[in-house]
Design a protein around this ligand. Sequence first.
Ligand code: CTP
Length: 252
Amino acid sequence: TVAASANGFHDHFSLQSNGGSEHNLPKQPFIIGKGVAGGTASGKTTVCNMIITQLRDQRVVLINQDSFYRPLGDEQLEKVHEYNFDHPDAFNTELLLSCMEMLKNGQAVSIPYYDFKSHRMSEPARLVNPSDVIILEGILVLHDPRVRDLMNMKIFVDTDSDVRLARRIQRDTLERGRNIQNVLDQYATFVKPSFEEFILPSKKHADIIIPRGADNDVAVDLIVQHIHTKLGQHDLCKIYPNVFVIHSTFQI
Ligand code: CTP
């Protein structure tokens, strides 16, 4: 039993010690990745906001994968209806990874602001401070193994495709400056095929699948409880940074 518990602390200690000295360990954030079955308009943002509201006693930050869309050049803008925004290459994943790495190591980062009407970045960028919990949300956050590896918990919000399409028509016409025909064409040409090729297969990497999205209070409660438990463990390591040393002596 002593060896088992020593190993437990060892794993945890290694996680905590990244980037810090043994006696001054930075508390590493708990990172949640939220993927989406159906990708678009599945209620990811609402589920994230429900989690954030319930974690009111913690510092939580929400990072959206949309912020890392590659801005379109003039030629691409002329043929915007031929551009696939649902393909993994549409995102600057290297930039996302470097921002997440900085946040993980306790550094503030500047996150670009993406404008869905102009398909470009717009000012001002958003300054994000390091936090206890980082929620990374987006249609393809469970696709790239390097992004998945950052996460302590991976969630997939699973909402029926007809519900998603209905919400998307409403949102894109009201908020993103599109007309219904554009929305339906884009859905049939790119959104649905890319969902089937990239997003749906990423569901198998999820730790938790939430059916019915934001209507599922029980799932959100369970997720929040799990985060509280994990943050409690982080605090233990912060208060007793030399716990591992004591246990390793037991092992010898
Ligand atoms: N997209 C677009 N035009 C752009 C960039 C992205 O139409 N210039 C679309 C892509 O087709 C993609 C969607 O935006 O399907 C991604 O945003 P989505 O996940 O729908 O937005 P959220 O608000 O995060 O969704 P949810 O309702 O799940 O919170």
